[in-house]
Design a protein around this ligand. Structure first.
Ligand SMILES: CC1=C(/C=C/C(C)=C/C=C/C(C)=C/C=O)C(C)(C)CCC1
Ligand SMILES: [Fe+2]
Length: 336
């Protein structure tokens, strides 16, 4: 590999399609505003919501991580992209396996680390989305990252212990007891303060739409039962914005987006994402079925016999950790 081929090629012009970011960026706030109104008008929504909306939201959002293996080749011009892609897939596999092992060996520290990673992943995603949409560098990212990444993770745990604690214990036995009320209160205060300061800064910069969106994000996670709020957020906010960024990052979509066309890029993404999504979905389905099977020998069930969700969540987290690493590289490119 020559030194020149190792260099990262920075785009001379930003990729076209900021119109797409604007359009898609509204879907999350609209969906969460709708769910907030629903929860306020139909107070019993918590009872019938159950955990189904959480599972549906996670499933709809699954494809947003399905083209991770293509991202490095899109954002840098390196020699032998096939070799690099295979190397990346191997690194993905090793990181995912190590994460699953960590969840089995030390579930409480593992889930704590995962929740922190989720705050950073969601928050940096939104900061990068704003920067790309507006063509500006991310300003004072630390508070903004907490303001956008904190509500989906910290508010459910701090404000909805009755709903969330059984889920936390199902994915990591002992987690709910480890998260002391004082710790939850401190985390909540930090996130609300970060949201307030970020909102005031956006107001001063005359970004009224962002202030409203941040207000909706906080209100939704305060008012809507977490499985419904998180399912809606994951599918309509986090994943939708990320897919819009991916469509712009793929050099093959440039001419379509410059001409204002969306059909071609969506078809291309569907082709790229279908196989990895089916593979991830099938793998998770097999895990759920094997765990739930009455014929499954108790001797072979191991540590998951009593907590089938634990293994499924460990695998989900295992897929998320390398996904967050790949997206962090995309974000660094955005911040330049
Ligand atoms: C465990 C758990 C939660 C957190 C789930 C998280 C944080 C998922 C993160 C997924 C990511 C980061 C995907 C990447 O794109 C909730 C909903 C707060 C409450 C119930 C128990
Ligand atoms: Fe993600």
């Amino acid at each position: 590999m020559t030194p020149a081929s190792r260099q990262v090629v920075r785009p001379v012009h930003p990729p076209p399609g900021d119109w797409l970011l604007r359009r898609v960026g509204r879907s999350g706030p609209i969906a969460l505003a709708g769910l907030t109104c629903l929860a306020l008008l139909v107070p019993g929504v918590a009872a019938w919501a159950g955990t189904l909306p959480l599972l549906v939201g996670l499933l709809i959002g699954l494809p947003h991580g399905a083209v991770d293996h293509l991202v490095p080749a899109w954002i840098s011009a390196k020699a032998r992209p096939l070799r690099r892609t295979v190397g990346l897939l191997l690194a993905y596999l090793v990181t995912a396996t190590a994460t699953v092992a960590l969840f089995l060996w030390a579930p409480v520290p593992a889930v704590t680390g995962f929740l922190i990673l989720a705050v950073l992943h969601f928050g940096t995603g939104d900061v990068a989305y704003h920067a790309e949409r507006d063509g500006r560098p991310p300003v004072r990212p630390v508070l903004a990252v907490l303001a956008y990444g904190g509500p989906p993770v910290v508010l459910p745990i701090a404000l909805w212990p009755g709903t969330v604690d059984p889920l936390l214990d199902a994915v990591a036995p002992g987690a709910s007891a480890a998260f002391a009320p004082t710790g939850r209160l401190i985390a909540l205060s930090v996130v609300l303060l970060a949201a307030l300061v970020t909102g005031l800064r956006d107001l001063a910069a005359r970004r009224g739409g962002d202030v409203a969106a941040l207000g909706v994000l906080v209100a939704a996670f305060a008012v809507v039962p977490p499985p419904l709020a998180f399912g809606g957020y994951f599918a309509m906010w986090h994943s939708a914005r990320h897919v819009a960024r991916l469509l712009r990052a793929d050099p093959g979509n440039r001419h379509h987006l410059a001409a204002g066309r969306l059909g071609g890029p969506i078809r291309r993404f569907t082709r790229q994402a279908t196989l990895p999504t089916i593979a991830a979905f099938a793998g998770l389905l097999v895990l759920v079925c094997v765990d739930a099977s009455p014929t499954f020998s108790p001797a072979a069930a191991g540590p998951f016999q009593e907590a089938p969700l634990q293994l499924v969540f460990a695998v989900l987290a295992g897929l998320t950790v390398p996904h967050a690493a790949v997206v962090a590289r995309l974000d660094v490119r955005t911040a330049r």
